[in-house]
Design a protein around this ligand. Structure first.
Ligand code: GDP
Ligand code: MG
Length: 163
């Protein structure tokens, strides 16, 4: 069985861009509009000796009667339940926000192995670490740039090596 990686995080942090990097596909919709990806999305990936399945989250049905945030939470919970390891994406440029804190709290309670990733960190990978994200209580912060493909190879190793 291939390990399953779930990508979670609030809208617009770059989850779908990272999904594309990890699967080398253009399947996930990447957009400047928060929440455009319609539903959870599965893809196969391979990086070096690692083979895995990735789940992208964060889409919602446009007419979801329960509301967008409820639907996002539902998708996140379902993906986390299916995952062997969770990649929790935050925005290195935007800093910590309340939604990040809510997701972090949920992930800590879930007990799932979790890798905290600060995306959009191109030009910030050396030196200045996004130290503020340690307050999320999930340990080491791994800076990556999904759109530039920086740090992604290391990330796969960090996520899958302990499994
Ligand atoms: P999602 O809502 O979390 O799935 O985010 P998307 O993958 O759709 O990306 C949201 C926006 O962030 C898009 O405009 C992306 O081009 C941009 N983005 C994604 N990754 C990076 C990155 O590493 N650096 C920068 N500067 N922008 C990024
Ligand atoms: Mg998306």
């Amino acid at each position: 069985m291939k390990p399953v990686i779930a990508i979670v995080g609030r809208p617009n942090v770059g989850k779908s861009t990272l999904f594309n990097r990890l699967t080398k596909s253009r399947d996930a919709i990447v957009a400047d509009f928060a929440g455009l990806t319609r539903d959870r999305h599965y893809g196969n990936g391979r990086q070096g000796r690692y083979e895995y399945i990735v789940i992208d989250t964060g889409g919602f049905e446009p007419d979801a009667s329960d509301g967008i945030y409820r639907e996002m939470a539902r998708q996140t919970q379902q993906a986390v339940a299916e995952a062997d390891v969770v990649i929790f994406v935050v925005d290195a440029r935007a800093g910590v926000c309340a939604q990040d804190q809510d997701i972090a709290n949920y992930l800590r309670r879930s007990g799932r192995p979790c890798v905290l990733v600060a995306n959009k960190a191109e030009g910030m990978l050396e030196g200045a670490q996004p130290a503020q994200f340690y307050e999320l209580g999930l340990g080491t912060v791994y800076p990556v740039s999904a759109s530039h493909g920086q740090g992604v190879r290391d990330l796969v190793e960090v996520a899958l090596d302990p499994l």
